[in-house]
Design a protein around this ligand. Structure first.
Ligand code: CAO
Length: 245
């Protein structure tokens, strides 16, 4: 590689130098390794969450006094666990002890979620998400996100993830290409849902569509499997009863 350009910016105008936060220094090195070393591809899709959003609003009305806010992210965690169970290679890691010649399939489902904090990005983990309900996941997420903002996450809160979700749904955007959190082999990026006219065979109807972006490690996963994973995830989000099948 040719050397990084060094420019004396002060020659062109006033400047100010600020040290990167500790979190940014650590995550930057990890992101650079993961972006450079993983042959990553991203598939984009949309999920019809019209009914799910209505259900979420209804749940929040029913639990208004409990102090728990049910979020779309909690449903995504549960739907991802079901998709990871159906497509187990997405919940695996390359066995680097053997030079990457085998896959280690994890029979536990711990879901990391990217949390934005004043000091940078951290990824707390919902442990054993397969064994938890939507209300418990929502409660734990709120607690972990609060700890993250206060800089109080312990290393154990941020370790052991088998898959990560990065949601920009509360902020905006359409699609993005998240970087895989090694040694995981895939990550789901989620953006803000919006009302769109969708053709139902007879007419256009207004549907709430959630943009999904799945980035996957091409050493482990093929494009067809990624498209199936996204399609299944979208099916679950469109009709959450399917999670029982
Ligand atoms: N579509 C539309 N609206 C959405 C949505 C979606 N996909 N996801 C959340 N929202 C809404 C919520 O319903 C909420 O609305 P109300 O305040 O009206 O109820 C609002 O957006 C804010 O949501 P939130 O951000 O507080 O909650 P969350 O569960 O969606 O996210 C957390 C929690 C911790 C993930 C989030 O605060 C955060 O840090 N996001 C940034 C993650 C990030 O930086 N990712 C990029 C990593 S790569 O650099």
């Amino acid at each position: 590689l040719i050397p990084w350009p060094t420019v004396d910016f002060a020659k062109f105008g006033p400047i100010e130098r600020r040290e990167l936060s500790r979190i940014k220094k650590i995550s930057g090195a990890n992101l650079m390794r993961n972006a450079a070393m993983i042959p990553a591809v991203t598939n984009h899709d949309d999920a019809d969450v019209t009914e799910l959003e209505a259900f979420r609003v209804q749940l929040n009305e029913e639990h208004a006094k409990s102090g728990v806010k049910v979020t779309m992210l909690a449903f995504l965690v549960k739907a991802c666990v079901a998709a990871l169970q159906k497509f187990p290679e997405f919940n695996s890691s390359l066995d680097m002890a053997s030079g990457g010649d085998a896959l280690i399939y994890k029979r536990y489902w711990n879901i990391g979620f990217a949390a934005d904090t004043p000091n940078g990005l951290v990824v707390p983990v919902i442990k054993s998400a397969d064994q938890k309900g939507i209300l418990q996941i929502s409660r734990e997420m709120a607690e972990l996100a609060a700890k993250a903002r206060e800089g109080k996450l312990a290393p154990a809160d941020m370790s052991g993830a088998t898959f990560t979700i990065s949601s920009l749904g509360g902020i905006g955007g359409r699609y993005f290409t998240p970087i895989i959190n090694a040694p995981e082999v895939a990550i789901l990026g989620v953006c803000k849902s919006r009302w769109e006219p969708v053709w139902n065979g007879k007419e256009f109807t207004p549907r709430l569509m959630l943009p999904l972006s799945l980035t996957w490690d091409h050493r482990v996963i093929d494009g067809a499997a990624a498209a199936r994973f996204n399609a299944y995830l979208a099916q679950l989000l469109a009709d959450f009863r399917r999670i029982l099948l």
